[in-house]
Structure formats: structure tokens, C-alpha cells
Design a binder for this molecule. Structure first.
Ligand code: LLP
Length: 415
């Protein structure tokens, strides 16, 4: 379903006019659709029905408690990369037994807490992490369930900053060395080998890199079996792309069908860690035009959202669609949409043909993933509010930060 559609000349989120949300909660505000999130989660879960699986939502993509809670209610698991994300999952009612813990820099404290609450699996990213996990598990007198995150050296054909499966990336264990590291893991008394994990990158728009990776992982499963090491699950990570502009990413159902076909007859459970493909198109960033500044060379719309609210355009040159909430006539100009932050890189979009007047509301689309979560307080700007729409109802799920919030933890020097 498309949750953001025009009705009577104005843009709605499900059954609520975005203008009503702006009137009530101000701007900039992130707005999410409950129905869309649920539908996208179900696209994964339904395609996996009838076989052992976990759909572990990548918390980093959108970690608002209400969003996590919706997913937890549907039976989702969670992919986390920090103790902070673990505590969020618990606070949102998530089941720790459905949590996989990824990330290259787990501290001893992270490991201890995850073992205490009983996560499903640690996705171990190096030989040195493996030794550390053994020590921490031994101190607690428990066995830590592990997968090794292998780096299959596959080109995900995506932006270099979000490509993770190449040899030169910091992630995972080289697939050529993985057998030796598995042999070591199998020897360590406080570890239990559960699976193989990988994640090759994000915003992939074709299946072939995923399926090439899978083929390489299955060869590894067989080589390990020959050494008596039994792999019980494959974690294929996240990475399925979404449409920002005109991309045509595969549907989760088609991806999963292709994976199921290849693992047929094997006693393997499947784990996925989707983030973007569940929440990106469930969200918009609602912002208001403060000024229209026309110069000899350029037309600028200065809006009240900035790079601190949504950094994807500045950081990855990401193209995000921007649409007027209530389109009207008037002179169309080619605007650069820029924020109030003092950086040349502070833009959300460039060269957009729009008819604007001061005070207009705009919606930046596909902002539900890696939007709010990557926001900062640069220029002492409070972070945006977040609102979740459910049919005809709107819920404030994170209040706008106040200026006092921003320096509440700071103190002056003594006299
Ligand atoms: N699993 C692991 C281990 C990951 O590192 C990631 C994303 C995911 C799952 C979820 O991937 P997804 O399904 O969302 O593609 N900030 C960037 C994206 C960074 C992705 C980092 N890892 C952006 O705004 O495009």
C-alpha cells in the first residue's frame, strides 16, 4: 500500500492530512505509517512461512520505541549493533531470544548484557572478538551462541559507503579464512556454533549479489559439515533496496523464494535483517518553507529541516523525492532546498521544479529509514518530533527536543 496519497488536493498519511500534523506538532516532523510498516514486515514473514526463520528488523534503520513495539507485536526479531539498541528492544517489548547482535566493536559490557538477557545469536566479526566472547561467557558460566559474519567478497553494486561485503571493508571474516576460525570456535568450551552470517551492503536493487553470496555460503556450509561442524542457520543480513526515485528493487517475496529454492532439502533455518525495506517508504519528513531566496544564479528555498535532521543527501548524495503537501499554482522555479545550518553541504534536494510560497509545507519522501536515527544536534538544533499515523489517528511517539534538553547534561566550570 502507498500510505502517502493526495486527497482533495492535499497529502495524507493514511487517513490524516499532513497539514493537520504540522498544525498540531509543528515542523520539522517525521511521520510514519503503521499500516505500511506492518505490510512490509509481513512481506518477509509470509514468504518464510512453513520453515524455521527469524525476521530481525535492523534497529539502526529506525529505532523509535513505538516502531519497535509494532514489530515486536507481530513477532519480529531484531538485529542490533549496540547495548543501547538492545535496551531499546527490551523497552519496546521485544523478545531477547529473537535478537541477533551484529557489529565489529562489541565491548565486554555489551557481551555481558546480551548474555544475561539471552540473545539468540552473536554475529562475530573477527577472530579476536571470538576469543573475547569466550572469556566473557566463561566468566558468566554460560555458552554463547555464535555465527561468524563472513565477508564473501561480493560486489553489492551500491554506494561505496554502504557496501560492506568487499575484502577491503572492515566487516566480517574473509570467507577463505572462515573455516579455520570456525574450527577454533568449535573448540572453545563456552561457545556454541549456530550459524553463518553475512551482510554485503544496503540499497541493493538486484538479486544477483545476494544469490552469489548465498552460493558461497552454501559451499562453506558443506566444507564445515565435512569437518563435523554443523550449521543450523544462515543469516543473510539486510540490504534489499527500496524505490527513492525510479529504482525497481525486487520484492522480498521474490528474493526469499529464490533463496528457498537454493536451500531446498537442507536443514537450515533462515534469518534476515531488513531495515530500509521495512521502514523507508513508511515515512516522510514534514518541513516548512521559511524563505524563498532568489539570486542571480540560483533559487533557494530555505526550509526548517536541515542536514542535522536528514543527513542522507549531504552524506551520500542521496536523491530524496520532495513534494508539496498542498500543491498550488504560481511560478515554477528550480529550487535548491537548503536548511538553516551553516554548511554548504546543508541541502536536502537540488534543482527541483516547484511552485512555492513562504510557509508552504513540503514532504521529503522515503525518509522512514536512516532519517531520524542519523539526526544530530549540530548548530544546537533540537531533533525533530516523530508521529505515527494509524488510520485516522495520529500519535506523538517522540516529542520535539527543547533547547533546554540540548545542554541539560553540560556544566560550567567551578569558580
Ligand atoms: N544488518 C547489518 C549487519 C547492517 O550493517 C545493516 C545496515 C542492516 C542489517 C540493514 O540493512 P538494510 O536492510 O537497511 O539495507 N545509513 C545508510 C545505510 C547504512 C546501512 C548500514 N547497515 C543510508 O542511509 O543509506
Amino acid at each position: 500500500m502507498e500510505p502517502f496519497i493526495y486527497r482533495d488536493g492535499t497529502l495524507f498519511a493514511e487517513g490524516v492530512a499532513l497539514s493537520a500534523i504540522a498544525a498540531r506538532f509543528g515542523t520539522p516532523t517525521y511521520v510514519y505509517s503503521r499500516a505500511h510498516i506492518e505490510e512490509r514486515y509481513r512481506a518477509y514473514a509470509d514468504a518464510l512461512a512453513g520453515m524455521p526463520h527469524l525476521v530481525c528488523f535492523a534497529v539502526k534503520a529506525n529505532s523509535n520505541l513505538a516502531v519497535l513495539n509494532l514489530l515486536a507485536r507481530l513477532g519480529a526479531g531484531f538485529d542490533i549493533v549496540s547495548r543501547g539498541e538492545l535496551e531499546r528492544v527490551l523497552a519496546a517489548g521485544g523478545d531477547p531470544a529473537r535478537v541477533v547482535f551484529s557489529g565489529v566493536g562489541k565491548t565486554r559490557e555489551d557481551m555481558r548484557r546480551a548474555l544475561e538477557v539471552g540473545v539468540h545469536c552473536f554475529n562475530v566479526e573477527s577472530d579476536v572478538e571470538l576469543e573475547r566472547l569466550q572469556e566473557v561467557a566463561a566468566e558468566l558460566g554460560v555458552k554463547a551462541p555464535v555465527s561468524l559474519r563472513v565477508n564473501p567478497d561480493v560486489d553489492a553494486q551500491t554506494h561505496p559507503y554502504i557496501s560492506t561485503g568487499l575484502k577491503e571493508n572492515k566487516f566480517g571474516i574473509d570467507i577463505e579464512q572462515a573455516e579455520e576460525v570456525y574450527a577454533r570456535a568449535a573448540e572453545l568450551p563456552n561457545l556454541e556454533v549456530l550459524g553463518i552470517d553475512c551482510h554485503i551492503g544496503s540499497q541493493l536493487t538486484t538479486l544477483s549479489p545476494f544469490l552469489d553470496t548465498l552460493d558461497r555460503l552454501l559451499l562453506l556450509v558443506d566444507r564445515l559439515a565435512a569437518r563435523g561442524i554443523v550449521i543450523r542457520h544462515l543469516d543473510l543480513g539486510g540490504g534489499l533496496g527500496v524505490r527513492y526515485r525510479d529504482e525497481q528493487p525486487p520484492a522480498p517475496g521474490d528474493y526469499i523464494a529464490a533463496v528457498r529454492e537454493r536451500i531446498e532439502g537442507r536443514a537450515l533455518a533462515l534469518v534476515f535483517e531488513p531495515g530500509r525495506s521495512i521502514v523507508a517508504n513508511a515515512g516522510v519528513l514534514l518541513t516548512r518553507v521559511e524563505y524563498l531566496k532568489h539570486t542571480e544564479h540560483k533559487d533557494f528555498a530555505v526550509i526548517d529541516a536541515a542536514m542535522n535532521d536528514l543527513i542522507r543527501p549531504a552524506l551520500y548524495q542521496a536523491w530524496m523525492d520532495v513534494v508539496p503537501v498542498t500543491p498550488h499554482g504560481g511560478e515554477v522555479c528550480s529550487y535548491d532546498l537548503v536548511g538553516p545550518v551553516c554548511e554548504t553541504g546543508d541541502f536536502l534536494a537540488k534543482d527541483r521544479e516547484l511552485a512555492l510560497v513562504e510557509g508552504d509545507l513540503l514532504a521529503v519522501r522515503s525518509a522512514g529509514a536512516y532519517g531520524f536515527v542519523m539526526s544530530s544536534n549540530y548548530n544546537t538544533r533540537g531533533r525533530a518530533a516523530e508521529v505515527l499515523v494509524d488510520g485516522e489517528r495520529m500519535h506523538l511517539i517522540r516529542r520535539r527536543e527543547t533547547i533546554e534538553d540540548l545542554y541539560a547534561g553540560e556544566s560550567l566550570l567551578p569558580n
